[in-house]
Design a protein around this ligand. Sequence first.
Ligand SMILES: [Fe+2]
Length: 305
Amino acid sequence: MLKHLKEHTSDNLKGKHGLAAGDAAQPERPDWTIDQGWDKYTPAEHAVWKTLFERQSKLLPGRACDEFVDGMKNLPIGPGQIPNFEQLSDVLMKRTGWQVVAVPGLVPDEVFFEHLAHRRFPAGHFIRKPHELDYLEEPDVFHDVFGHVPMLMNPAIADYIQAYGEGGLRAQRLGVLDKLARVYWYTVEFGLLKQKDGLRIYGAGIASSYTETVFSLDDPSPNRIDFELERVMRTNYRIDDFQESYFVIDSLDRLLELAKIDFAPIYDRIANLPDFEPGTLLPSDTLVSRGTGRYHDAKRAVVHA
Ligand SMILES: [Fe+2]
């Protein structure tokens, strides 16, 4: 599971977004980018990558969506070593005009959005420690590269994430970033996709997590609900555990439609409406599968015991 984008919860909007290594000091460059320092990775760090890569590569066939698999196939990403961001960017640039840039850790929201709006994906350059394979405080190079970059090879996702960057700058000015962040969370990070042959993963938070890959698709506990924009914008999410609900789209083209919508009237419409808890089902929901809630109920029972 992945505890990240934590600054984007509605009650903890401290102005840093998304990615990475704790409260890293601001680097010299104003856009917070640093050199990846690929030559400085140690054999032990490459070995952590290899462990994660091989474990996830075994699990994802039949679970990751076709677009993820295609993207991965066409990128210089393999088990042998932590990928080189320049090599990734060369391939991505030709395909969808994106680049991967290295950052040392969490970056301020406006810096993150500026990067996305200009088709630069900020990726944490560090890799988790061997004892942190399944639980991450912050996204590292495995999450950011293995999870996100294959989907950036897809034109729909490429445009959608750029639009999210532009929308993020707007939402920040309007003071509604928490609403927009939920859309990113339940699509780019934890989205599921209906394919002809079944439900598949496209969200990077799932695709880069061994345990959540299994939980999101195979476990009876979570709800799987058809994606509906306003509903998602009003739904809190779990930052420290598996999601209680996953939202499902029919096609990645749905994201392209979202990229074209003017969110301003929606922000107005939902401004005074209540939020929903992550596990709540609504009469208006179209369910792909109703969750038993067993996993999170059991955890709550322990907390309250
Ligand atoms: Fe992410």
